[in-house]
Each structure stands twice: as structure tokens, then as C-alpha cells.
Design a protein around this ligand. Structure first.
Ligand SMILES: NC(=O)c1ccc[n+]([C@@H]2O[C@H](COP(=O)([O-])OP(=O)(O)OC[C@H]3O[C@@H](n4cnc5c(N)ncnc54)[C@H](OP(=O)(O)O)[C@@H]3O)[C@@H](O)[C@H]2O)c1
Ligand SMILES: *[C@@H]1O[C@H](CO)[C@@H](O)[C@H](O)[C@H]1NC(C)=O
Length: 290
């Protein structure tokens, strides 16, 4: 009993220490900051842009659909952005990806937060039958364009003391059946950013990288492709965006959203991989994917 009480007290102290040592987020941290958000014509990226806009940042949004981007820019201005621009760019074209950073620099004169969020690919969910074109396309859009943008932005971010946020997924850490091409890109993305983060630290380069690990979020694309096929419940995209923005601005290593439904499976993965596999199987209605 006594030892339990000591353990309890120790945990409480650790928790309190952790809680109070966290820097708190305030909106002034964002006011006037120069931000590029990729994949921001819709979904989580669009919400991230609105969040930055609301706090008075200078926002550049980018994706392929110009008409949607124009609407997002207008809404950013309405919400209170210091400035809002859009750049049309297709991330399956790596030259176009690289140019985005130069174009953003000429619009804003620099960059403070690079938010890498876009996701694309030629096929939706379904069984993996070895389609190499789909795999190459996914790796180009979901991995290599992220690398290009990161490389192109290193100098400008170092100059401004800026940060990078890379949006990942549970599919970048856990088995993700019926989205093999997507999961492959996300696992690689995690490898790239976690190695680069540590290497930059060892090289004494002050450039924080935040990786956002997301569960199932209620964006139109996700709900359309997963509705009725999984037993999971989607979480709200606006709250998700807010957590990503906070984590990035506070220079956190990782953001987990929704917190417990990402954290617990990840702990289980290492402690009880067989159990994890079983639970993943239980959350998919397999017939609907075939
Ligand atoms: N929703 C979820 O359940 C969920 C779960 C885990 C992780 N995530 C991650 O969260 C991020 C956002 O997901 P989301 O659900 O918000 O996606 P989404 O609604 O489908 O939005 C994807 C964005 O990427 C853009 N895009 C797609 N292909 C592109 C290309 N070739 N070039 C340039 N832009 C392109 C789209 O715009 P255009 O079509 O106009 O180009 C759109 O703005 C992704 O990194 C995703 O992996 C989402
Ligand atoms: C890729 O983008 C570059 C720069 O925007 C452009 O010059 C080139 O034509 C594009 N390539 C293709 C295949 O669309």
C-alpha cells in the first residue's frame, strides 16, 4: 500500500512538472507571421489556413484547384489575416514544388512556418495488387514533394528562426490495410523527418520539425472513402487544425490528434503487436474494400 501511495505521489509530481513546464500558446505568437500551407483548398489544410488567418498571420495557400483557393483566400481575409495569397501548384511535379518556396518568398519576403499537409494519389482505398504507377505517384506527391519543399525552404526558415510541420497519420506508424500506397509514403515521411530533425540538432541547426500524427478526421475526402467501411468515428477537422497549429508554433516534436485514440494504439503496437493487429482487423469491414 505504502509503495503504491509513493508511486501515486511521484506520478502526480511528474505530471505537474510536465504540465507547468509546457510553454502556453498565445495568439500573439502568430500575429504577422508568414505561413505557407500546402493542400489548403479543402480539408484540414483549409482549416489550418483559417486558424492562422484568424490570429492575424500572413497566409499563402496552395493546391491545384484555383477556384477553391480563391474562395479560401477571401475567407482568410474576412477572418482577419494580415494578408492572404494563393499559388496554384501540382505536387506531382517536383519542379513546381521547389518553385513554391521562391514564389512564397517573393510574396511575403520570407517564411516563418512551412505547413506540409497535402495528400494525393491516383487511386482511393482498395486492396493492393501491385500497381506500380499508383505507388510511384503516391511517393511523388506524398513524400518526394515534401522533401523538395523542405530542402528548398531550409535557408529561408533558418534565417527567420522558422519551423516545419509535416502532417502524418496513424498510417505512418501502424499497419494500414487497403491503403498500402498511402501508408508506404507516410512511413517514409516519418523516417525522413525524424532523422532530419535529430541530424539538424546534432549539426546545431535550430530548425524545429513537428510531425502531426492524426487519427480519422471528418474531411470530405476521408469520410467519402471510409464511411461504412470502418467502425471508427471521425474527429472534427477544425479542432484537429487548431492542435496542429498550436504544436507547430510551440515547436513541439509531435502532435497526436485525437490524443488518446492515437497514443494508446501506438503504445500497444510496441507492447502487444499481435493484439494491435487483431484490433486493427476489428475496425475494418473487410468485405466493403474488396
Ligand atoms: N482526413 C483524415 O482522416 C486523415 C487522417 C490521417 C492523416 N491525414 C492527413 O491530413 C492531411 C490532410 O488530409 P485531408 O483529409 O484534409 O485531405 P483532403 O481534404 O483530401 O485535402 C487534400 C489537399 O491536398 C491537395 N492536393 C491533392 N493532390 C494534390 C497535388 N497533386 N498537388 C497539390 N495539391 C494536391 C488538395 O487540393 P487540390 O485537389 O485542389 O489539389 C487538397 O487541398 C494529409 O496529409 C493526410 O494524410 C488525414
Ligand atoms: C512542372 O512545373 C514546371 C514549373 O512550374 C513547368 O515548367 C513544367 O512544364 C511542369 N511539368 C509538367 C510535366 O507539367
Amino acid at each position: 500500500m505504502a509503495s503504491l501511495r509513493i508511486l501515486g505521489a511521484l506520478l502526480a509530481v511528474l505530471w505537474a512538472y510536465y504540465f507547468y513546464s509546457q510553454e502556453t500558446f498565445s495568439e500573439d505568437m502568430v500575429q504577422g507571421k508568414r505561413v505557407l500551407v500546402t493542400g489548403s483548398s479543402t480539408g484540414i489544410g483549409e482549416q489550418i489556413a483559417y486558424d492562422f488567418a484568424r490570429m492575424g498571420a500572413q497566409v499563402v495557400v496552395t493546391a491545384r484547384r484555383e477556384k477553391r483557393l480563391q474562395e479560401v483566400v477571401q475567407k482568410c481575409l474576412d477572418l482577419g489575416a494580415s494578408s492572404a495569397h494563393y499559388l496554384v501548384s501540382d505536387m506531382s511535379n517536383l519542379t513546381s514544388a521547389r518553385n513554391l518556396i521562391e514564389e512564397t518568398k517573393s510574396l511575403l519576403g520570407g517564411l516563418d512556418h512551412l505547413i506540409l499537409n497535402h495528400v494525393g494519389g491516383t487511386i482511393g482505398v482498395g486492396p493492393f495488387h501491385g500497381d506500380m504507377d499508383a505507388m510511384m505517384n503516391s511517393l511523388t506527391v506524398n513524400l518526394l514533394s515534401y522533401v523538395e519543399l523542405t530542402v528548398a525552404a531550409l535557408d529561408v526558415l533558418r534565417e527567420s528562426g522558422g519551423t516545419i510541420v509535416a502532417v502524418s497519420s496513424m498510417c505512418g506508424r501502424l499497419p494500414c490495410p487497403f491503403s498500402v500506397w498511402y501508408s508506404t509514403a507516410k512511413f517514409a515521411l516519418e523516417g525522413f523527418y525524424c532523422s532530419l530533425r535529430t541530424e539538424l540538432r546534432l549539426r546545431k541547426v535550430d530548425l524545429p520539425i513537428t510531425v502531426a500524427v492524426l487519427g480519422y478526421i471528418d474531411t470530405d475526402t476521408a469520410v467519402q472513402s471510409m464511411d461504412g467501411k470502418v467502425t471508427m468515428v471521425a474527429s472534427p477537422k477544425d479542432e484537429c487544425a487548431r492542435e496542429i497549429v498550436k504544436g507547430g508554433v510551440l515547436r513541439q516534436r509531435e502532435v497526436f490528434y485525437p490524443y488518446w485514440s492515437t497514443k494508446i494504439p501506438l503504445l500497444l503496437r510496441d507492447l502487444m503487436p499481435g493484439c494491435m493487429d487483431y484490433l486493427i482487423g476489428r475496425s475494418y469491414v473487410v468485405d466493403k474494400f474488396l
